[in-house]
Design a protein around this ligand. Structure first.
Ligand code: ADP
Length: 597
């Protein structure tokens, strides 16, 4: 099967632009308001530094009392303005950041639901879960950091540096000679960061997958005594994660001390040079001290936003790597989707026909190798054959979980690839071996068959599926919550719920994969009754594991290695003495001698 290739531009600029365009455009108003708050905050910061000049010169040096109160009021106003602006900015940015996450989660999940079954075969659950959780959070930090960085830190630096040049341009030039030296190591760190974190997120995905498997499969793990094996697997992965996270932390920690060191050098230079000047020129220019204080305050205040700007790149790369992974899913086109000219499927008799159907899952080995098969409306066709023969594949092709590789499948003469998927699936009920129950009430689980069904309809379906009585005997009847995966129900009970669900759906075509797991005679009989009700009047394709089903089928197709090798009814096939006769001898004879059917 050809897998859709995604071409995604992974460059920082392209990703940033896409994040801004798709993530933030709806919140442009809030973003602008946040940027306005940042400007106010940055301006206030520069104001502090500027105020040092009059404070030193007018009050401490010249001792002018009339300046005291106006300056005090200006100082408190500046602080108040900055406090308000900081609050506004923080609130607005959280809002935008969180919205970006939620929107991305909505988009991711809708895309997941739209993607075809093959996609989930290729991509592990844990990996997909990690996209929805870890990655979107990392993305949020990228978005808010980029905004704060670009808005607040950059404008603070701009104002403060402007002030420094205004106060003393020689000293400023000298100081800023040092900073460009920092750019090179910092940008290197950014690149390393992105590599390390990309790897980390991958491993996190793997961890979720392992956990999922080990927890869901806990019975198997215990039954086979594989606890140690699972522990080792998870242990190794946790250690790898530890190593990677630690490496990321080391990279992250490096950018701060580099800046710290450079800051130290800059401040030393300033104090030595500026101090010399103040000492030498104290008498000639008494305002020198104020300007110098203002300068050094600006330099110290600029230090923090500069440092933040320096680590901005590393943080950003972390988030961008996550964004790239999210976009990858969002950009994956479902391989199976409605044609633009799709019409609704119209079912009259419910004839199903497979014409020369070939199918391969992986493009290499064929699972179906030219299958022709006819199911007349309302009749029951049983598929039997050794495992791996292709029986389940036929059931998968009908609701278009996969599309045929070659040939076609017709329902009442309409190619199923030409009709709307919703209309096709609405006409098909599927009862598979692995019964999926959701952690919800029995009622909700049956209602999954037809959304919006009334309580009466649900009960009628349960009665027809021979499930009503056992449901009433549960502590809360129809409101009993079945627990994750229905673990507190017996196998037969789960099957009957699945049958009730299909009953409620009341679709003309029924795909049935009978459970192979042995039920006790009583459950078996009840399931049998339920199935008979369900199959009545519907076109049924059943993968038969029970002799009774086989014997009662209108026609039996025996499959082997992707082909139909024998067809006919039970007696005819037995008389033929071929594969069916051998399978019968192996599989059903014992059941038959037990006298069940
Ligand atoms: P049956 O239901 O008769 O046991 P299946 O239809 O499940 O057989 O399988 C038919 C063939 O397709 C087998 O060779 C099986 O290995 C292969 N197959 C089934 N499912 C997949 C899958 N998801 N990916 C790749 N190969 C698959």
């Amino acid at each position: 099967m050809s897998k859709q290739k995604i071409s995604l531009d992974h460059s920082t600029v392209a990703l940033m632009r896409r994040l801004l365009k798709e993530g933030m455009r709806p919140y442009l108003g809030m973003v602008i308001a946040a940027i306005a708050c940042m400007a106010v905050s940055a301006g206030s910061t520069a104001m502090y530094a500027w105020l040092m000049d009059p404070i030193i010169n007018k009050i401490f040096v010249a001792r002018k009392a009339e300046y005291l109160w106006p300056l005090a009021i200006t100082i408190i106003t500046t602080f108040a303005a900055k406090a308000l602006a900081d609050y506004g900015e923080a609130v607005l940015l959280s809002r935008v950041g969180l919205r970006v996450i939620s929107d991305m989660q909505h988009r991711l999940f809708s895309r997941l639901m739209a993607l075809d079954v093959a996609f989930f075969g290729i991509n592990q659950t844990g990996k997909l879960m990690s996209r929805m959780t870890n990655d979107v959070v990392a993305m949020r930090f990228a978005v808010s950091n980029a905004l704060t960085g670009a808005g607040k830190d950059a404008s603070s630096v701009l104002f403060l540096v402007g002030l420094m040049f205004y106060q003393d341009w020689v000293l400023s030039s000298l100081t800023f000679f040092v900073f460009p030296l920092a750019i090179l190591p910092i940008s290197r760190l950014g690149k390393r960061m992105r590599k390390v974190t990309a790897n980390t997120q991958e491993q996190y995905g793997l961890l979720s997958t392992y956990l999922n498997q080990a927890i869901q499969g806990i019975r198997v793990v215990k039954a086979y005594g594989m606890e140690e094996y699972e522990k080792r697997k998870v242990h190794d992965l946790v250690e790898t994660l530890h190593e990677l996270t630690y490496r990321a932390a080391r990279v992250r920690s490096a950018s701060s001390p580099i800046m710290e060191m450079l800051g130290g050098i800059a401040i030393t230079v300033v104090i030595v040079y500026g101090g010399t000047q103040v000492i030498a020129l104290a008498d000639a220019d008494p305002n020198r001290a104020g300007a110098f204080f203002s300068f050094i305050t600006a330099l110290m205040l600029a230090y923090k936003p500069l440092k933040a700007l320096a680590s901005l790149n590393t943080n950003l790369q972390e988030g961008l790597a996550a964004a790239a992974r999210c976009f990858e899913i969002i950009d994956t086109e479902p391989a199976i989707k409605d044609r633009p000219d799709a019409t609704d499927l119209v079912v009259r008799e419910g004839n199903v026909r497979l014409e020369g159907v070939f199918f391969t899952y992986d493009g290499a080995k064929s699972a179906l190798d030219g299958v022709d098969l006819e199911v007349p409306g309302g009749k029951t066709v049983a598929l039997v054959g050794p495992s791996g023969a292709g029986k389940t594949t036929i059931l998968n092709l009908l609701p278009r979980f996969h599309d045929v590789t070659d040939g076609r499948i017709l329902v009442d003469g309409q190619d199923i690839r030409m009709v709307g998927m919703d209309s096709l699936r609405a006409k098909i009920a599927l009862v598979s071996q692995d019964i999926v129950l959701f952690d919800d009430s029995i009622r909700a689980n049956i209602a999954y068959g037809r959304f919006g069904a009334t309580d009466e309809e649900i009960e009628a379906a349960a009665k027809a599926a021979a499930a009503h009585d056992f449901i009433l005997s549960l502590p809360d009847g129809y409101d009993t919550v079945v627990g994750e995966r229905g673990l507190n129900l017996s196998g037969g009970q789960r099957q009957r719920l699945a049958i009730a669900r299909a009953m409620l759906k009341n679709a003309p075509i029924l795909l049935l994969d009978e459970a192979t797991s042995a039920l006790d005679t009583e459950s078996e009989r009840q399931v049998q009754v339920a199935l008979e009700h369900l199959m009545k009047g519907r076109t049924t394709i059943v993968i038969a594991h029970r002799l009774s089903t086989v014997v009662n089928a209108d026609i039996i197709h025996v499959m082997d290695r992707g082909r139909v090798v024998e067809s006919g009814d039970h007696n005819a096939l037995l008389a033929q003495g071929g594969l069916y006769a051998r399978l019968y001898a192996l599989q059903f004879a014992e059941e038959n001698s037990g006298g069940t059917p």
